[in-house]
Design a protein around this ligand. Structure first.
Ligand code: ADP
Length: 757
């Protein structure tokens, strides 16, 4: 059924799994069955062979024994020249008693014709008045005619059952003279072929043994006569035959010496062909060859019980059926499970795809929202900054300062959420550039040193002097992580100290492991709170937001950034006993090996006078710019910007530094302006402008030979690495991320003495 089952329901592999073991087990048990049957048959055969041999031996012995009585007669007659009928009778009575194996004994004397009369008379005188030499004929026994020599039976015993034989000339019986002659020639006794006695039925076969008796008085022995013993085969072999019959064994004895073919002597329960083979023996019995065939009867074969073999076969059948059922069940279950797994995997893949596209859509939305939020926020920051430059009352100035602080917080939140979205969607790409670690630390120290002073907290920086400062990585992101951790440390510490401890370990000749510990003596974080601290939007407890503000994104982003850099971040803290954040960064070394110069750097060493503002990088930068008294006096700037308010702020800002600004609303206008007036010092190009975008416009400008060298700076709100690469590819010299950086960027791009100022 399994083999013929429909391919749709039964795959080839399953069919194979089910059929092979089943066939194998069934073949094994069949082989075992045949082996066992064979074994049993061999055992039965050898047992039968043993029995057959025993029977054949018994038969041979019985036949041999039967002769002994006749031999006694031979000796009796041999011992005397004359024995009367009476003496013969007396001897027979004594010898045979009631023995019934011997059907009859006779004495035959070779009588020449001249003695016929005397012999007949002698017998008549001894009590047999009707005695005559006779021969068999169709009408019964008749008087024998004249012959040279007669072979008359003179005495018989017992008389009653053998009376017809008395006087019978043996040579008148067919084939009998040959036997008598051969006895004379060989001197040995002979047996007749099987005969049926006159008074018996066809099935009862007999034979006669003739033994010679010699004349005593002659030197050269002359034959005197014969002793004949008539035996019924069943009489001699009766007990053997009965025993064999009881044991269901058939016996066939035939005389195979006669030329006319085998003559059956005994035939009992001879069976047809069976798996137990018949045994055949041949014995010589007084010149006749007797073939004895001993075979198992039908009953003998049917009585043989080979349970073991059948038990093996049936068990084998059941085991293979069980195995098959088991495999069918198992393979069915496995197939079902596989189907389920396949279906579920498909569903999961679909769900993942769906989730991914949803997440992508979310990230895209967030990125777009960020861009949209940042543009007006930048405008607000710009306007507030401009406003602060005008004459204001103290109250107005204080309000505006607060507004400026609030906008910076908002900007930082927008930046963080964008970072988080980028990390989540796997879009954050880290830079791998050569940077000086001491620059990063210097900046951090500068940012927080002042803040610590204001709070009355000790702020320490401890650096291992063996550290290799020059490393490969993303300095901005390292700075971002440190800013976040230090800002937290200062935020949550009111008394005591905050320290930054920098050590390093060389892990291979290419890599260095930088370990930065930021430790504070602030409020600390409980163990339970630590467990979820690095998840997004998690704060130690809800009161934190109320008291200290914050978004709960900083640590999540820091952890992700550190891990992106191949490092890790751990926290050691106890509530009320402060916190220690340990960042381990794996960074590649550079060719240069410059180390820090002082082992312990305390306040003042790296302090930048400009770092007096908030915990924000923007603040540092803007503060630095404002204090550097930069000047763009006489510099001609072409400002390409489509949004009017941005145009206005940028123009105001640039003009406040002494620059001369010409405005263009799109790329095409910019190209026109430049073609008609090529005396500009620098072009500030917004990328996303209508009609002709910034990149396209740059390519057109660069194609004009006189304008090939003019510095062009891109203005992008949130530049991805890819955007910056595109800017450079289009032929731009650099990019400005925020309008606040405009002045320093312009100065950096200008050739000659202005750049240095
Ligand atoms: P934010 O500070 O913006 O709320 P963070 O992810 O940086 O978000 O920090 C999450 C929370 O972890 C904080 O709200 C605060 O409860 C706790 N935390 C972080 N740093 C410290 C620190 N140094 N001492 C005590 N608590 C801290």
């Amino acid at each position: 059924m399994v083999i013929l089952a429909d391919k749709r329901y039964f795959k080839f592999s399953r069919r194979f799994q089910v059929v092979v073991p089943t066939v194998f087990i069934f073949s094994c048990s069949s082989a075992l069955f045949f082996w066992s049957v064979n074994n049993t048959q061999e055992a039965l055969q050898s047992e039968f062979d043993r029995k057959a041999k025993r029977y054949s031996q018994n038969i041979a012995e019985r036949l041999e024994l039967s002769k002994s009585k006749v031999q006694s007669y031979q000796a009796f007659f041999q011992g005397s020249n004359y024995i009367s009928y009476n003496e013969f009778e007396q001897f027979s009575k004594a010898l045979l008693g009631k023995v019934n194996t011997l059907h009859g004994v006779g004495w035959t004397e070779i009588t020449p014709h001249r003695e016929r009369k005397n012999t007949v008379n002698a017998l008549r005188e001894q009590g047999y008045p009707d005695f005559e030499f006779t021969a068999p004929s169709q009408d019964g026994m008749v008087k024998l005619g004249i012959k040279d020599v007669y072979y008359p039976v003179l005495y018989v015993y017992p008389y009653e059952q053998n009376r017809r034989a008395l006087g019978l000339d043996l040579s008148e019986l067919p084939g009998r003279l040959d036997i008598l002659n051969s006895i004379e020639q060989t001197g040995k006794g002979r047996v007749t072929p099987p005969i049926t006695l006159v008074q018996e039925n066809e099935n009862e076969r007999s034979f006669i043994i003739y033994l010679p008796v010699w004349k005593k008085y002659t030197n050269n022995e002359e034959l005197r006569g014969f002793i004949s013993g008539v035996y019924r085969a069943s009489g001699i072999l009766g007990s053997v035959l009965n025993d064999a019959q009881k044991h269901n064994i058939g016996i066939l004895i035939s005389d195979i010496s006669s030329k006319s073919g085998a003559e059956v002597l005994i035939e009992r329960a001879v069976s047809a062909h069976s798996f137990i083979e018949a045994n055949q023996f041949t014995i010589d019995f007084h010149g006749s060859q007797y073939q004895i065939v001993i075979s198992p009867s039908a009953e003998y074969v049917s009585n043989v019980n080979d349970w073991v073999s059948w038990v093996i076969l049936i068990c084998g059948f059941f085991i293979s059926a069980l195995v098959q059922a088991f495999i069918l069940m198992m393979s069915g279950a496995i197939e079902h499970t596989n189907e389920m797994v396949k279906r579920k995997t498909k569903q999961l893949t679909l769900a993942i795809e769906k989730a991914q596209s949803a997440s992508q859509a979310k990230s895209m939305f967030l990125a777009n929202m960020n861009h949209e939020l940042r543009t007006p926020l930048n405008a607000i920051i710009g306007l507030v900054t401009l406003c602060l430059k005008t004459d204001l009352s103290n109250k107005q100035a204080s309000y505006l300062q607060d507004a400026k602080l609030a906008t910076h917080t908002l900007m930082s939140l927008i930046n963080q959420s964008l970072d988080y979205a980028k990390i989540e969607s796997g879009k954050l790409e880290l830079e791998k550039i050569e940077f000086d670690l001491s620059d990063v630390i210097k900046k951090i120290y500068a940012v927080f040193q002042m803040q610590a002073k204001q709070k009355g907290i000790d702020f320490k920086l401890i650096i291992d002097t063996h550290i290799n400062r020059m490393l490969m990585g993303d300095p901005l992101r390292v700075e971002q992580v440190l800013l976040n951790l230090c800002s937290n440390a200062l935020k949550f510490t009111d008394v005591g100290s905050v320290s930054i401890n920098v050590t390093a370990k060389t892990i291979s000749h290419q890599h260095e492991e930088v370990i930065i510990r930021i430790k504070d003596s602030g409020i600390g974080i409980s163990k339970e709170q630590q467990a979820t601290l690095f998840q997004s939007f998690q704060q130690a407890d809800n009161t934190t937001t109320r008291k200290y503000g914050g978004t709960g994104l900083g640590l999540a982003i820091s952890k992700q950034l550190v891990e992106l850099m191949g490092g890790h971040i751990v926290i050691n803290s106890e509530i009320g006993k402060g916190c220690e954040f340990v960042i381990t960064l794996r960074l590649q070394k550079t060719q240069q090996s410059t180390t820090f110069t002082s082992q312990t750097i305390e306040q003042g060493y790296l302090a930048d006078e400009s770092a007096d503002e908030t915990d924000n990088r923007i603040e540092i930068a803007s503060a630095s710019e404002s204090k550097q008294k930069m000047s763009l006096h006489g510099v001609r700037v072409l400002l390409v910007e489509d949004i009017e308010i941005n145009r206005m702020i940028a123009t105001e800002l640039l003009e406040s530094y002494g620059a001369k600004v010409t405005q263009a609303c799109d790329g095409q206008q910019a190209v026109h302006t430049l073609k008609s007036d090529n005396d500009f010092d620098v072009v500030l190009m917004d990328i996303q402008v209508p009609v002709m975008d910034g990149l396209q416009a740059t390519k057109v400008i660069r194609a004009v030979p006189q304008l090939a060298k003019i510095p062009i700076l891109a203005m992008t709100a949130n530049a991805m690495n890819e955007d910056i690469d595109n800017c450079h590819a289009a032929g731009m010299n650099g990019h400005i991320a925020k309008p606040i950086h405009m002045v320093s960027s312009i100065l950096a791009s200008l050739p000659g003495p202005q750049a240095q100022s």
